[in-house]
Write a protein that binds this ligand. Structure first.
Ligand code: PMP
Length: 435
């Protein structure tokens, strides 16, 4: 382009400057789920789309008291800049919290983040160059894809079974990558009550995954927002603790207070080898600097003054009942002959529902808004080769009555959509008879 043409290109928009976005950002259209959620603005819509914990579980009085107490004793510290890696008090409280889960770390293994989402962003920025490959589950957490997408990586999707990712397929993929000289940079998994499926990885698969990570020297990123939300069955060891029992160093753990305490604080933490934590701190220095001290103090107060066992127990009873109501409603409205299937999680906030192949859940989403019900279409949760016959349903936020009514509306919407698809198919069939 000539100098003149370049100049006019830069200033021809009503005399205003035209911005030339970074190549990486030109065709980036943002987080797909965020956009869908913005369409759900009618209060009459029953939304099973979001991923929010129930406000009924928020410890509001505890937060009020902690705020008052800490403002009275050291408001100056709360109003000041603070350490990038995190406040000492919160790091110590996190270390003690992790010990309950048989994870034993030292301060140099911990970094406080401004949410789990920031932890994922820092992982991507630390480990990925454009075009690098990483392994993800199929389906996987869409927010992780949004974070990693900033580095323009290639995704190697591994199918997810009822007991976690297909480790036979993973072994094959890792072996092929080794043979071609381009190994993935890491394996990203959500082993406990995964978002979007609610699936929990079995102990055998956890051990197999760790063995593959060691064999092929590929680190694992274990994202654990829902680990404390188990409603039945017994807890399985985290990948981080299993790895520690074998010497450690293969797993980086990404955590958040969003589902432990509340998402409004935007506080999380990442644990891993000191060299990983220290590099991530360098990246955080260039973005948010420190996580707000007030938010860190509230999280430290939560971990140190709340009876965590009693609190989690209360959450379990509450969410387990919501899950039971949703499962019962699904059984009532979708008898086996309708060809609809769904996961039956033991914890977390979501389940994954699959509809007959003829139905596309992207189109169904828009039809469902007309029926005043919403979900997240499943294609948002694939790094590559999206599938269009699934949806994510959240059960933590809607009331029990809303869950029952939401499933009834979803069922009506599906009946209507299937009859339209059926009519279309039959008319195509009759056209084919004469052509
Ligand atoms: N990982 C997973 C699997 C999640 O579901 C979420 C929240 N929905 C996060 C990380 C990030 O949580 P936050 O940013 O709220 O801390």
């Amino acid at each position: 382009m000539s100098d003149g043409a370049e100049k006019s290109k830069r200033s021809n928009y009503h005399g205003r400057l035209e911005y030339t976005f970074a190549r990486n950002m030109r065709d980036y259209e943002g987080y797909s789920i965020g956009k869908l959620l913005s369409l759900i603005n009618d209060p009459k819509i029953i939304s099973m789309a979001g991923g929010m914990p129930s406000p009924e579980m928020f410890l509001q009085e505890q937060l009020r008291q902690a705020t008052r107490r800490r403002f009275d004793s050291h408001i100056h510290r709360i109003m000041q800049y603070s350490s990038i890696r995190g406040e000492g008090e919160l790091i110590e409280a996190v270390i003690a919290f992790l010990q309950r889960d048989d994870i034993h770390v030292r301060p140099e293994n911990v970094m406080i983040t401004s949410s789990g989402q920031q932890g994922l962003d820092l992982v991507g920025r630390l480990l990925l160059d454009p075009g690098d490959a990483l392994v993800v589950e199929r389906p996987t957490f869409a927010g992780a894809l949004a974070a990693f997408q900033m580095q323009r990586p290639d995704y190697l999707g591994i199918e997810l079974a009822a007991d976690g990712l297909d480790v036979v397929q993973l072994r094959q993929v890792l072996s092929d990558c080794q043979a071609s000289g381009s190994p993935p940079k890491f394996i990203y998994v959500v082993p406990d009550f995964q978002n979007p499926t609610g699936i929990c990885m079995s102990l055998a698969k956890r051990e197999a995954l760790l063995a593959l990570s060691r064999l092929y020297h590929i680190p694992i990123i274990e994202d654990s927002p829902y680990r404390t939300l188990r409603y039945c069955g017994s807890q399985l060891p985290s990948l981080f603790s299993l790895d520690q029992q074998q010497g450690g160093g293969s797993v980086v753990g990404v955590y958040t207070f969003s589902k432990l305490f509340c998402p409004g604080m935007r506080v999380g933490f990442t644990i891993g080898p000191p060299e990983v934590i220290s590099k991530m701190t360098n990246i955080k220095e260039g973005s948010t600097l420190n996580t707000p001290p007030y938010n860190q103090e509230m999280c430290a107060d939560f971990l140190t003054t709340v009876d965590l066992d009693a609190y989690f127990q209360r959450c379990h009873v509450y969410y387990q009942e919501k899950l039971r109501v949703l499962l019962e409603a699904l059984e009532t409205h979708f008898p086996p002959e309708r060809g609809v299937t769904w996961t039956r999680p033991d914890g977390g906030l979501f389940l994954w529902l699959s509809v007959p192949e003829t139905v596309n859940t992207q189109s169904l989403f828009h039809a469902a808004l007309g029926f005043k019900v919403a979900f997240v279409p499943g294609d948002a949760f694939y790094g590559e080769h999206p599938e269009y016959r699934h949806m994510r349903l959240n059960f933590s936020c809607p009331s029990s009555d809303q869950l029952k009514e939401g499933v009834r509306r979803l069922s009506d919407c599906l009946v209507r959509t299937e009859s339209v698809v059926d009519r279309l198919q039959r008319s195509r069939w009759s056209i084919n008879q004469y052509t």
